[in-house]
Every structure is written in structure tokens, then in C-alpha cells.
Design a protein around this ligand. Sequence first.
Ligand code: FAD
Ligand code: SF4
Length: 505
Amino acid sequence: MGDQLSRDISSLKDARKTKDVILMGELWDEATSVRHHKKKIILVLSAMRHFAEELKKDGWRVDYQKLDDKNATRSFTELVNRAVKNHEPAELIVTEPSERRVLQEVEGWEKAFSIPVEIRTDDRFIASHQEFDDWAKSRKQLRMEYFYREMRRKTGLLMEGDKPAGGEWNYDKENRKPASGDLFMPSPKTFKPDAITKDVIDLVKGKFAEHFGDAEPFQFAVTRKDALKALDHFIKEALPRFGDFQDAMLTGERFLYHSVLSAYINIGLLDPLEVCKRAENAYLSGDAPINAAEGFIRQIIGWREYVRGHYWRGGEEYVRRNFFGNERKLPAFYWSGETDMACIRETVTQTLEDAYAHHIQRLMVTGLFAMLAGIDPYDVHEWYLIVYFDAFEWVEAPNVIGMSQYADGGALGSKPYAASGAYINRMSDYCKTCRYAVTKKTEEDACPFNTLYWDFLARNEKKLKDNPRLAQMYRTWAKMEKGTKLSYRARARAILDKLDAGERI
Ligand code: FAD
Ligand code: SF4
């Protein structure tokens, strides 16, 4: 599968070159399950083709279907059906798919093809499903921080005996500095498309012209060798300041000190643990401070593993959760970037061009606006699944439904990430060039986040007022004069009416 491009994936562990056939297929149904960003399709298909070539060179028998092969099958099941007829295998061995929909398909194969099907654990993850469930079932509330500490203990990463390196488990409070344009900004390592990638770019431009985003310039790594170069580059150039500027946003600086490695990890070109060990080594050799190494490692063995646990525990209905009962449709500017709100324009434009935005842009710009404006979380989920190069449902859905929209009612996080424009102003320079004034409250040119923020709290007071982490906000709201409250709500209403009418805001 397109996200199983690891040589030591569990399905290949005891494979024999003389006897076994490795089946891989580019599938129309997968490429169109949503209107994935063109760059994401190019990345996955090109990485698959490169991986298959490497296996073949190494002496493996690979049965590979290209998307545009004559008689190409559309789905996994059709592909396997044909392969079973052609190769008459004694058994099928597959590593568990990362997505529930595909797992359900695979679980039907034994019956459908009347041969044994062994579904193996994906041991690239640090916590197995069982481990996460065991950890979760003894707790009333699940919180990432405690799970993360278990993962630190399990991996031994940044541990000094049974104590965390440097004395603290978490250095997040040091990681909230805004960035300024005069800082040295490393760019992530880029790669020129080779002949295989160029073929895929042409294929995608032809077949998926209607899909979101720009196909070119395409500069991502599509082999493990290049992904390792990208990792080296990040560890040397960006990791030392990753922590400091993790939450910062700057116009024109799309990557800041972020690694841009998520997609390589998700599709299997890099192993999560090897990436973390590189960060730990940088700390141990004095090349990166503890707040950078810890902050980075926490994202991978903490957040990444924690959200996966939620995805599988959340069940089939997780993506349909809608705690606030939001029904508004996603505004058109999420697709075009055509809005006067500079923060959203900048984030969506770079998403269209690069298939990338960093965590705070996803959480505190596009995610925040959607939650404050009461957009249907399922629409928001689909948007995120479409637009990013690293989007796979197991990691995207809990980040969207749980973390950014609070649509799971607090299963994943302890409070909604609600904020006014002041947060964006503190962490970015977007407000300087915006048509709206971040310091204004209810005037026609006041920042929409300011009014929508109070409207969100007022609208959802019944559901949120008992949350201790929101107590201060509700106290401020309670103390506000009636007239001020009414002006906030009236201004918010005007913005939401404009959204509903499809007018530019
Ligand atoms: P860095 O900032 O360099 O972080 C290092 C690594 O940590 C990442 O490469 C990634 O592997 C991991 N990581 C960091 N945060 C998270 C997180 N919250 N969950 C899981 N892994 C994390 N990540 C995806 O991989 N796929 C998605 O589809 C996705 N959708 C998201 C949607 C929303 C609304 C939000 C708020 C976050 C989403 N994330 C997703 C998490 C995170 O934003 C991306 O992993 C990160 O921005 C990728 O860029 P990077 O490699 O430069 O990350
Ligand atoms: Fe975004 Fe408001 Fe700042 Fe404009 S003023 S960039 S809308 S936060």
C-alpha cells in the first residue's frame, strides 16, 4: 500500500525472494477517495514506483500495477482478486492498513478468495493498539502528556535513568516565541524530479486536473535515500531552533524551523523512531538544545502515537462527531484563498501551492476559523484530508475532529482551541497587512476572529461553561456590559450571514 513503503514492514519480514510475490498497485479508487491534492498523489505514486524499482533491482518478484495500465483494476479487492488468479498463492500476507475503510476491505479477503489471509501488526508504530487500549481503559480522561511519558519510558528517548533529561518532561512553555523576518530561515531540502517522477507528474496533471492544488513545482523526496537527506538537513539546519519558533507564523516563510518530514514518515520512507533518535543524538552531542529535541520528539512519540490511538478507539463514527451541532458549509475561500483575512489567505495560498502548512497554521488559522464560524466538522475533516501532503485519515481525523474542532467533546483534548485575533497577532505578522484591524472589536473592519470568538463562547455556553479551563473566559464574558455583548453578537451575525450568502469577507 502507498503508505507502507518500508523495507522492514512486517508483511515483508520473513518473505523469500525465491517464492513470494510482492503485490503493489496504484488504484483509481484510492487516488479519488477524496479530491486529494495533486502533489500528494504525485508523492505517493512516485514513491511507490521508486520503491517497486528498488525491490526489483534487489531480486524481488514484484507484481506492480500502474494507474494507467491497460485493464488496471480500480480497488484493492479487484487487484488482489486478479493476483490470486494469476499467482495462485497459498496465502496472502498483509500489514494492517492504516485506515479503517481499507482494513474492512482486507478483512473480507479470506472469505472472498478462499485462502488464508494473515493481517500483521504495523510495528512501525511505537504503541500497539493493545498498549494504547490498556493505557486508556484505566483512565477517566485521556491526556497526551501522560501517554507521552509512557512512550518516553518505553523508548528510553531523552531519559536519564527513570528521570527525563534536563529534569522536565515537557519544555513547551519555552516554545512559544514569535519569529521575526530578520532571522536566518533554513529552507527544507528540495529534490529535482527524475524521469519516474516526471512521468507521474504528467499522469496526475492529465487524470486529476480537477483535484485541489498545484502539481508543480514538485520538490519532495520520493525515495528513502532522499528522505534521509531531508532528515539530515533538518537535524543540522533547523532542529536547534525548532522549539523556539514552533508556534510562530511569518508571511512568505512557509516552513520556518519545521521539519517537513511528516509525509515521509507517514508513507514509510522514514521510521519514526530513527527520526527521534537523530534528534536525541543532536541533543546529546550538544548540537540542539533540550527544548528543541524534546519538543520535536514529543510531536512524534507523543502526539502522533496518541492521535492514532484515538482514531482506532473512536470507532467508525468518529469522523461524524459533532459536539456543537455545527451545520454551516465550508466557505469557498478554503479552496481559493480569496478572502480579505490575511492569515487565512496566506495559509490557503501556500496550501494550494505546496500541499503544506505547519501545525499552528492548521490549528490556529484555518482550524480555528472553522470552529468559531460553526462549520460542519465533517466538511472540515474532508478539507484537511484533501489538501495536505501528509493527510491520511488515521492522523488527520483526530487532529481535525478532536484537536482543532473539539467535535469529539473533549475525548482527545481538554478544551477547545478557541482564541481571538490577538493570538494570531502575537504569533505572526499577518495582521500587519490585513484589511481588518486586529485591535478593533465590533466595527465593520474589526478582525472577524474577535467577534466570532465571543459569539462562539456565547453560542456554546451550555456545553462549555463547566469546563474549568474556560472558566476565566466565561467570567470575562459574564462581566461584559449587555450592550457590548449585543454588539459582538450582532457583528458576528453579520459576518456569518455574509458567509452563508457566499459573499467575500
Ligand atoms: P513538524 O512541526 O516538524 O513536527 C515533527 C513531526 O511530528 C511531524 O513530521 C509529524 O510526524 C509529527 N507531528 C507533529 N504534530 C503532530 C500531530 N498533531 N499529530 C500527528 N503527528 C504530529 N499530521 C499529519 O501527518 N497528517 C495530517 O493529515 C495532519 N492533519 C492535521 C490537521 C490539523 C487540523 C492539525 C492541527 C494538525 C494536523 N497534523 C497532521 C499534525 C501536524 O500539523 C503535522 O504533522 C505537521 O504540521 C507536519 O509538518 P512537519 O513535518 O513540518 O512537522
Ligand atoms: Fe487574521 Fe484578524 Fe489578523 Fe486579519 S486581523 S490577519 S483576520 S487575525
